[in-house]
Write a protein of this length. Structure first.
Length: 135
C-alpha cells in the first residue's frame, strides 16, 4: 500500500471496512452486478464490492493518484482510474450500482457528483452514498 493509503487507513480505515459492508448491504449489491465506487480512496469500499461481485466487475475512481495506486494494490483486477466524481469517465448506464463512501460531502459540486452517479447507473439500478453527519 502507498504511504497515502497507509495514512488514510490509520485515521479513517478503522471505520472503512465496517461502513463499506453496511453500504454494500443497504444498496442491495448482488453477485454478478457491475458496480462503481466513486471516490474510492485506498479502497475499503472497492474491496467490499469485490468480495460480493468479483474484482473484475468493480470499477473505482478517485482524484488522488496515490489513492488510486493504493486501491489498485488492495483490489487487483478492479478497474481503478484517476478521475473526479463530478465528471465520471464512464458511459451512460454502464453500471448496476454506483456507490460513494465518505466522499460526496467533499465534492466541489455535490449535485453534479450525484447526477454523474445516476448517469452511469442503468435505469432501476442503485445509487447510494454514505456521508459524514456535519451536525
Amino acid at each position: 500500500m502507498t504511504d497515502a493509503g497507509a495514512a488514510y487507513d490509520r485515521h479513517v480505515g478503522r471505520y472503512g471496512a465496517q461502513l463499506a459492508a453496511g453500504l454494500v448491504e443497504v444498496a442491495g449489491i448482488r453477485p454478478g452486478q457491475r458496480v462503481l465506487d466513486v471516490g474510492c480512496g485506498p479502497g475499503p469500499l472497492t474491496a467490499a464490492l469485490a468480495e460480493v461481485v468479483g474484482a473484475g466487475l468493480v470499477s473505482a475512481v478517485d482524484p488522488s493518484a496515490p489513492f488510486v495506486a493504493a486501491c489498485r494494490a488492495r483490489v487487483p483486477g478492479a478497474d481503478v482510474r484517476v478521475g473526479a466524481g463530478e465528471r465520471l469517465p464512464f458511459d451512460d448506464d454502464a453500471f448496476d450500482a454506483a456507490l460513494a463512501q465518505l466522499v460526496v460531502q467533499l465534492m466541489d459540486d455535490r449535485e453534479a457528483g450525484v447526477r454523474e452517479m445516476a448517469r452511469v447507473t442503468r435505469p432501476g439500478g442503485a445509487v447510494a452514498a454514505l456521508v459524514w453527519d456535519a451536525t
